[in-house]
Write a protein that binds this ligand. Structure first.
Ligand code: KIV
Ligand code: ZN
Length: 527
């Protein structure tokens, strides 16, 4: 049997994923997530769109410096200025890649770019040649490829490869493709572009019709050897190809696909979990591979089969995707070593500073809760790894709530405001329940006009002493535009978790407002 060819996993969680509403991350969170992508074993990290904002630029620059053997890509339009800035951000990477793009569909050329096919082809070629002046590793994407004239697309692919593109990505920008059709399109390119084997053919599928993974698999069958994807499938609108699904499909159906990836599949669930912790957006329970129910068996017949042999109803083993089945329960007498060992088994490697902070959170929790399970540890990791406060405007210092059946709920909240000399400010407020009172107190302190749109409780472990994780959706109207963000809060008390999640969302709003303007201009022009 022929050796399995490698599929390059190009992760764009930090670019296409992060650019979608509500998924914004600050620099520290991006770095933390990039470190996890390195552990996961992706081949390329698309770290951002450097011209879009100073935050994107800095994140690409910092990730470039720490990515080691991984390739780091930065996105750029075809303008020389964009490419210069992308290169400036990428230049310290050991393996930098400039990813430049322009639309190839007549719809985009006519209505968005107000240009002509000839002009667009010229811009694509000039951009690839210009980027090649900086690095050999240049990727080109004809945006909206799946709605483009196939002859024009073939001509463009041929020309950009001749101009030096080493990877040509075929994006299904609006999620329009159907697997059979997409595979025909990729085959057509292989048959009609004479120099096509001088480049790696990549695919980048959006999920508007729920077909992103299916389309990516169809493209692999037709010869594509790079897949662009995101963790949990996040991304513009309905999202992108989900990394965990494409990787596990290739692996589980290795009887059909004579290809492989170098992903360490045991890191899949920790990576998914870290992303939900950072963004505050949980995946749906029935989400393939990483959803809470992905390995849960409810029906009696299924349970009976599982007890006899797991192969009856499981096509993947939970441990292969990093769902650690632990019989070890930690508690207040557990030492630093035991905690560290368990964290490593779960796939988390903390720095000394993070571990110190983690141990503090762990001890606090262990004082309140007898048994600490893996799910608790994973929730606390979020707190200790990325919420160290240095990039957040507000830090919750204290929350006290008094409520009951016959009393008027009241909360006292103390916040530290890093924008005003780290002053501690406290306020007391009433409300329709503890969460409402706490949020009212936060509103008094911050003066925010943002409001809570949705509140989603995820009880992490069973029992009345469960650690609660609350995901909140918070909205603020800024210059006629509704900014929507997600916040996450973890505490043994549901109301406290809710108030923390609201403050987390406010911090994200502050961050978005800081990076918002420039990014909005860029997005309007190009994407
Ligand atoms: O969806 C798309 O077309 C993109 C390109 C920039 C590759 O994200
Ligand atoms: Zn995209």
């Amino acid at each position: 049997m022929k050796e399995r060819e490698k599929i390059i996993i190009f992760d764009t969680t930090l670019r296409d994923g992060e650019q979608s509403p509500g998924f914004t991350m600050n620099i520290k969170e991006k770095i933390l997530f990039a470190d996890q992508l390195i552990k996961l074993g992706v081949d390329v990290i698309e770290a951002g769109f450097p011209v879009a904002s100073e935050g994107d630029f800095e994140a690409v620059q910092l990730i470039a410096e720490r990515a080691g053997e991984l390739t780091v890509a930065g996105l750029a339009r075809t303008d020389a200025g964009d490419i210069d800035i992308a290169w400036k951000a990428l230049k310290n990477a050991k393996h930098p890649r400039i990813h430049t793009f322009i639309s190839s569909s007549d719809i985009h050329i006519q209505y968005q770019l107000k240009s002509t096919r000839e002009e667009v082809l010229k811009a694509a070629l000039e951009a690839v040649r210009y980027a090649r002046g900086y690095t050999e590793d240049v990727e080109f994407s004809p945006m909206d490829a799946t709605r483009s004239d196939l002859n024009y697309l073939s001509e463009m692919v041929h020309a950009v490869i001749e101009a030096g593109a080493q990877t040509v990505n075929i994006p299904d920008t609006v999620g329009y493709a159907i697997p059979s059709d997409f595979s025909r399109m990729i085959r057509h390119l292989f048959q009609h572009v004479p120099n096509i084997r001088d480049a790696v053919i990549s695919v980048h599928c959006h999920n508007d019709l729920g077909l992103a993974v299916a389309n990516s698999l169809a493209a692999i069958e037709a010869g594509a050897r790079q897949v662009e994807c995101t963790v949990n499938g996040i991304g513009e609108r309905a999202g992108n190809t989900a990394m965990e699904e494409i990787v596990m499909a290739i692996r589980t159906r290795s009887d059909l696909f004579n290809v492989r990836t170098d992903i360490n599949t045991k890191q899949i669930v920790p990576t998914s979990r870290l992303l939900t912790n950072i963004t505050g957006v949980a995946v749906q329970p029935n989400k393939a591979v990483v959803g809470d129910n992905a390995f849960a068996h409810e029906s009696g017949i299924h349970q009976d089969g599982m007890l006899k042999n797991a192969v009856t109803y499981e096509i993947m083993r939970p441990e292969d995707v990093g769902i650690a089945k632990s019989t070890l329960v930690l508690g207040k007498h557990s030492g630093r070593h035991a905690v560290l060992d368990r964290l490593e088994a779960l796939g988390f490697k903390l720095s000394r500073e993070e571990l110190d902070r983690f141990i503090k959170y762990f001890k606090d929790l262990a004082d309140k809760k007898k048994e600490i399970h893996d799910e608790d540890l994973m929730a606390l990791v979020g707190e200790s790894m990325y919420k160290s406060g240095d990039e957040r405007r507000y830090k919750v210092e204290n929350i006290q709530i008094s409520t009951g059946m016959q009393s008027l709920p009241m909360a006292m909240v103390t916040l530290k405001d890093h924008y005003s000399g780290s002053n501690e400010v406290f306020e007391v407020a009433h409300g329709n329940g503890g969460v409402d009172a706490g949020i009212n107190a936060v509103k008094k302190i911050t003066g925010t006009r943002a409001y809570l749109k949705a509140f989603n409780l995820v009880a992490i472990t069973g029992g009345s002493d469960a650690l609660s994780e609350v995901h909140s959706t918070v909205v603020e109207k800024v210059e006629e535009k509704e900014l929507k963000v997600f916040g996450v809060g973890v505490s043994i008390d549901i109301s406290v978790a809710g108030i923390i999640s609201f403050v987390d969302a406010l911090n994200k709003l502050e961050h978005m407002k800081k990076i918002g303007k420039l990014r909005k201009d860029v997005i309007n022009v190009s994407l």
